[in-house]
Design a binder for this molecule. Sequence first.
Ligand SMILES: Cc1cc2nc3c(=O)[nH]c(=O)nc-3n(C[C@H](O)[C@H](O)[C@H](O)COP(=O)(O)O)c2cc1C
Length: 462
Amino acid sequence: MSNGGNDKLKMTHHLLLTTYYLPLATYRLILNPISVVFVFTVLTGIFYNLKAEDFTKMREEMVRYQIQARGITNEKVLRAMRSVPRHLFVPENVRNSAYGDFPLPIGEGQTISQPYIVALMTELLDPDESDRVLEIGTGSGYQAAVLAEIVREVYTIEIIPSLSKEAQATLKKLGYKNVHFKIGDGFLGWEEYAPFDGIIVTCAPPEIPQPLIEQLKEGGRLVIPVGEDFQMLKVVEKRKGKIVVKDSIPVRFVPMTGIAEGDVLLPKPSYKGKVSVEEAISKRRSVRNYSPRPLSLKDISQLLWAAGGRRDVDAVTSASRTFPSAGARYPVNIYLIAGNVKGIPPGLYRYNWEKHKLNLLEEGDLREALSSACWGQDMLKKAPATIAFTAIESKIQEHYGKRGERYTYMDLGHAGQNIYLQATALGIGTVAVGAFSDEKLKSLIGVKTEIPIYLFPVGYIK
Ligand SMILES: Cc1cc2nc3c(=O)[nH]c(=O)nc-3n(C[C@H](O)[C@H](O)[C@H](O)COP(=O)(O)O)c2cc1C
C-alpha cells in the first residue's frame, strides 16, 4: 500500500473548511472559484430540469474543481468518482444539487458526504482491485458504490433499516453485484467475513471501536472519523500486529449510534431451541464454576429475554412479559453487569425490555466489586456476566400496599426459573444468588429507591 498523500491533504484542508463550514459567507462565495461553480450548479438546478448528460458534465466538473483541485491524484479514485451517478443516491428534491461541494440530507437525520470527503477517504484507504473492504454506515450507498468500482468485494453495514433497504435498491438498479449489505450495529464489524484489507467508517464514534481493529488484516488500513464535537479523520494501519494511527484533517460526520453511544440493540431472541422444556427442567441445577470463554451477545439476548423480555401483549390483561406478575405490574428492573461479553465493553447496563436493548450506565469491569458486595462469593468474579433484578418500591406499594412486597418476590422467582431453564437449554450455567449486602449492591448499581433482590451469574460451564 502506498503512502496516501497526507501532506498534500493538510495543505488543501484550509480550502475545504472555507467552503464546507462557511457556505453563507458571501465574500467567500464571490472569491472562491469552487463556490462559484456550486452557486451556478444550484441555480441551474432550480431553473432547469436537468438531463443525464447535464449530470455527467456536472460530475466531470465536480471531479476537476472539487477533487483534483484539492490534491486527489489516485487514478482509481478519480475514475470511480467520475463513474458513479451521485444524483441517483440523493432524494429527488435535492437531485439537482447532488454535485455541489457540500453534504446533503438523505433522510432519517443522515447525510451523504461532501464529494471531496468521499474521494479523500477512498484515497486514504488506498484500495486495490483484489481487496475486500468493509464499510460502516451504508447511508445512501454512494460510498459503497465508489468502492465497488475499485475493489473486489464491499461489505457494508447500516444500523437504520430503511436506509439500508433504499441503498440496496439503488445499487441493485445500477447493477452492482459486489456489494453485500447487513443491517446492524457497525461497532461490531462483520466477523464472518473478517479480516478485511480495508475498513472505512462514515459516521463518528467517540473512540475507535476495538472489533474494527481486530477485523483489519495485517497491512490493512482503517479510515475513520473519531470524536464528538471536534472530529479528526484518522488513518489506522496494522503493521506486524501493531497499530499506527495518523491524523488526516478535521471533519464533521453524523455520530455513530448504537453501541458507540452506549445503546446496544440485542439480536432478536430465538423462539425455538434444541432442548425440550422437560429436558431443561430435569437437567436444571445450580452451577458455580464457569469457563473463561466469553458469552456472545446472542447468549445475553436469549437470557435477558427469558429473564423478563417482551412477548405478545395479552389483549385483556395487557400482560406483556415472559414471567407472570401479580396484576401484570412487573415492579422490577433488570441490570446486566458484563465483564466478558463479546462485542460490548465491560460495564453496568440496564435492560430495556420493551426495545430489547441494553443501555450502558457505567463503563468498566465491576465484577470484583460485585463479588465483594456478595460477601466475596467467587463465582461473581469469574462469571462473564451477571443478571441483577431490583424491585421498584413505588410500583409495589401503589397497587397492593405491603402485600406487594410478597408478590414481587414471587414474580422474581418465576423470572429466575426462566433464566435457569433458558441457560440449561443453551448449555450455560447459572446460580440464584440472594446473599449480598443491600447497601453495597445499591451503591454498585447506582440506585436509591430500587431494592436489589436477586442475582444470576451466567457463564459457560467449566
Ligand atoms: C432464594 C435463593 C437464594 C440463593 N442464594 C444463593 C447464594 O447466595 N449463593 C449460592 O451459592 N447459592 C444460592 N442459592 C442456590 C441454592 O443453594 C440452590 O438452588 C440449592 O442448593 C439447590 O440446588 P439446585 O439449584 O442445583 O437444585 C440460592 C437459591 C435461592 C432459591
